[in-house]
Structures are given as structure tokens and as C-alpha cells.
Ligand binder design. Sequence first.
Ligand code: NDP
Length: 283
Amino acid sequence: MAAQILDGKALAARVRAEVAQGVAEFRRRKGLAPGLAVVLVGDDPASQIYVNRKEKACAEVGIYSETLRFPAEVEERELLSHIAELNARPEIHGILVQLPLPPHLEQARVLRAIHPAKDVDCFHPVNFGRLALGDPYLVPCTPAGILELIRQTGVPLAGREAVVVGRSNIVGKPTALLLLGEHATVTVCHSRTADLPAVCRRADVLVVAVGRREMVKGHWIKPGAVVIDVGINRYEGKLYGDVDFRQAVEVAGYLTPVPGGVGPMTIAMLLRNTLRAAEAGAP
Ligand code: NDP
């Protein structure tokens, strides 16, 4: 039987509608909109697309947004001083630095410059630490979206085997922490994992965030499993996930498409985080 497709677009639309309502209430109470500042360095075409989408999504739910654009060769000192200004502006509740940054900028230092209260991507060590301690302030956007998609299936996580392929700080690691928080038995895989297909086959819930087109094949998947494909791989003008969709759909119980799965959820969660940061009264 073919897998049920988890429609990230439809779920994201529901989240955005909830956020729009919360934004309207916030505006009534406070007399101003929640505000998001996006910092974009250089002219990476994919980053430009993501930033445009974020701006549009903010406008649709009534969040004020502004994008600070810098040339690829901007000095780190200058970038940090602009982030410090954003930290001090009361009408800006969330700050996001679009990654990747050009190699001469130290990513960790730039991300640490964002005030933790305004860190809507949740990459600051304080926020990552709180997540690891099970007391998150905000939940990082892509992992939060992944968890919402899994909840959508109604499959209980407690006691289930969850396998996360990929251990990045942006996706794999925080997703594993969230699954652990839901009492799943979590295994995190990476490029040195021995016999990856066998580990994946154990998974009741399989999250794949690797960045390799169609790497996960049908026979890697336990029949009936929930499969969340985070990958975005561009190839010959088309987008592909990390999971071989045609094979996986025959085996999995639930499956996210690419595009239209995790991607729209990431932006919806960014909007939710911006509203939450505003409600928390970011300094
Ligand atoms: P990274 O490149 O930071 O991490 C990739 C991870 O995959 C690493 O942990 C790496 O292992 C592991 N890996 C690489 N090759 C293999 C392999 N052959 N077998 C097992 N593991 C492997 O990527 P990100 O986490 O940032 O992103 C992953 C994918 O998700 C990308 O396609 C990205 O575009 C997409 N993405 C999608 C988002 C969305 O909104 N839909 C948001 C963010 C990312 P090791 O640590 O050993 O190197």
C-alpha cells in the first residue's frame, strides 16, 4: 500500500493562520507589530530565494520585516556592529542571519552576536543549551517543523525507535533532542555510521537530513515507518530530497514530499518563533 503523503504546505498554512491571529492580538495589545530583521550577506541565489520567501511570509501574517543586505566582502566587525544595533532596537523582536556566510566570516561568532532573546533560529549557544536541557526558549525552525509533521501522523513517539540521519547543529542534532524529549529511543547517524541501511531499517520514525539526492532507498525503510525527508538537492533544474521518493512511497506508512514537505514548515515555524519572541518581550 502506498504511503500517506504528509502535506507540509497545508499544515504550514494552518500554522500561518494561527500566527496571523496571534499577531493581530499582539498588535491590538501593544500597538505595534512583531518585528523580524533578516541579515543577508553576499548574493548566493538560494539564500536570496529563501530571504524573499521569508519577507513575503512575514507580510502575509502581519509581521514587520526588514532585510539588511551586505556585500560578500563585508568585514566581520561591521556586520557585528549592525547586529548589535538590531539587538538594541525595541521594534525588532527577532533577528536571523541567513546561512551560509562567506568563508572569511566566522559563523559561530556572528551567530553568538545575536541576543539570545531575539534568536529566532535558536542557533545561539544559550538557546541550544536550553534545548539540550529540555527547557527550550524557542525551538529551532526546521526541527520544530519536523516534529509538527510527525505529530500530524498521530503515531505516538514514546518508546518508538527514531533514527536521524545527519548530525548538523541546524537539523540533525536538535531534531534528535526533540525526539528524545518525546521519549523516543533515538539513534543519530552520520557519514561514518557503519551499515547505515540496517540502522535506518530499525526506524519507526526516520528523519533524513544529509544533502545527498535520493540516498535513502526503499529497502532501507521499515514497512509502515514515518519518513521525513529534509533534503533539498537541486539537480538539472529540479528539486530532490534525500529519500528516493518513488521507492519510499511503496514501503513507508507516511512520507513527506520534496518540495512541499519540511520546507514550508520551516518558514511557518520562523513566523511562530518571531511572534513568541515578541510576546516574551525581547529586550
Ligand atoms: P550538513 O551538510 O550540515 O550535514 C549533513 C549531515 O549528513 C552530516 O552530519 C553528515 O555527516 C551527514 N552525511 C553526509 N553524507 C552522509 C552519508 N553518505 N551517510 C550518512 N550521513 C551522511 O547539512 P544540513 O543538516 O544543514 O542539511 C541537510 C539537508 O537538509 C540539505 O539538503 C539541506 O539543504 C536540507 N535543509 C532543508 C531545510 C528545509 O527547510 N527543508 C532546512 C535546512 C537544511 P558528518 O557529520 O559525518 O559529516
